[in-house]
Design a protein around this ligand. Structure first.
Ligand SMILES: Nc1nc2c(ncn2[C@@H]2O[C@H](COP(=O)(O)OP(=O)(O)OP(=O)(O)O)[C@@H](O)[C@H]2O)c(=O)[nH]1
Length: 340
């Protein structure tokens, strides 16, 4: 290519860039009637001059202030006597704060055709690759894989947080608010579960039911808050003493009544657990003026059975409750075993 041609192509390119950077609407007069092109942000090939005018004016309206263009590389080509092309790489500095665009290298191909004494722009294609590809990659596979990993980590993190929240919720919904041990709901669920298991395996299932003696009197005498504290102390003792085997469950049944469920324990073992609880409560020696023994005591009903086909779990509760009633009748601070 002659140096003259080279200068001409450079001049055409510089003129274009200056008008484009200055957002000079007169640029549209340079477009050929026979135009094709595409813009960096579009996947449509524009095949009419008027559409390209619209694209250009929209571009200028969107970013009206002068933009900075720093040319990195440029390659002029002479395709024929009246057709020349230029391929260029440059950076664009927008007149607005921008972190993404500024780092990208823009590629532009312009084709100029000599028409009726003037050089017109016959083709313009601009592309902005958004710099995702690294280390000589053709496709940004590395970056995409990294993004996928980040996304997976995020999903994993959220899933764990959700599982933890569910666990907390489950714990709250299974826990008695005052005493912190299992609540009635949890007990009912566990009883149903253990009952079915014992029924299948034909193993004994035992229940200790306990009720604070003359507790109304305690509340009346020491106040309701002291009553609450007493129930908390008893629950703690129960959790520590009663049913320490895997699968045992100490729960607040309601009010001043508690239960201890003992899977795979027979009557003898359950009676032993009840005695241990009784001793531990006596060892607390919580003052209870007006109670038969001067300290807080508890009456126990113990029931044990191997669930039969025609029996329901309520049968175990009913029997323990009846036994406890008998313990009350017989003078309180006693353990009564339900008959078979
Ligand atoms: N402070 C407090 N008291 C409670 C709570 N739940 C139940 N009670 C009280 O427990 C008492 C139970 O009284 P009763 O059912 O008459 O029986 P009792 O006085 O314990 O007498 P016996 O069971 O026959 O030995 C009532 O005064 C209830 O108000 C609670 O969460 N906190």
């Amino acid at each position: 290519m002659s140096p003259e041609r080279q200068r001409l192509i450079r001049l055409l390119f510089d003129e274009y860039i200056e008008m484009y950077a200055a957002r000079d609407a007169r640029l549209v007069t340079r477009f050929s009637d026979n135009f094709s092109g595409f813009a960096g942000s579009s996947d449509q090939l524009v095949k009419s001059r008027s559409d390209w005018v619209d694209v250009t004016l929209q571009d200028f309206a969107q970013v009206p202030g002068r933009i900075g263009i720093d040319v990195v590389d440029l390659f002029p080509q002479e395709l024929s006597d009246d057709v020349v092309a230029v391929t260029a790489f440059f950076h664009i500095r927008l007149p607005i704060p921008d972190a993404l665009f500024a780092r990208e290298t823009v590629r532009l191909v312009l084709v100029f055709r000599h028409e009726e004494g003037n050089w017109k722009i016959a083709h313009s294609s601009i592309s902005i690759p958004y710099g995702l590809a690294r280390d000589g990659e053709v496709y940004p596979v590395g970056r995409l894989q990294q993004r996928n990993l980040e996304l997976e980590a995020l999903v994993e993190e959220r899933t764990q947080a959700l599982a933890q929240a569910n666990q907390r919720l489950q714990l709250i919904s299974n826990t008695d608010g005052l005493t912190g041990i299992a609540n009635r709901r949890h007990f009912d669920q566990t009883l149903a579960h253990e009952w079915a298991r014992a029924q299948r395996a034909q193993t004994p299932l035992s229940l200790i039911m306990l009720d604070v003696d003359v507790f109304k009197h305690f509340n009346d005498h020491y106040g309701h808050l002291a009553g609450d504290a007493c129930l908390q102390a008893l629950a703690l003792t129960l959790a520590q003493t009663g049913g320490r085997r895997e699968g045992d469950l100490a729960a607040r049944f309601g009010g001043e009544e508690f239960v201890v469920l003992l899977p795979a324990s027979d009557a003898q073992a359950a009676m032993e657990v009840a005695r241990q609880i009784q001793q531990a409560i006596q060892a607390l020696a919580l003052p209870h003026e007006g109670a038969p023994f001067g300290i807080v005591t508890v009456s126990f009903g113990v029931a044990s059975l191997v669930p039969q086909r025609d029996q329901a779990p309520e049968e175990l509760v009913r029997r323990a409750d009846l036994a406890m009633y008998r313990a009350k009748q017989a003078g309180r601070n006693r353990i009564e075993l339900a008959p078979d």
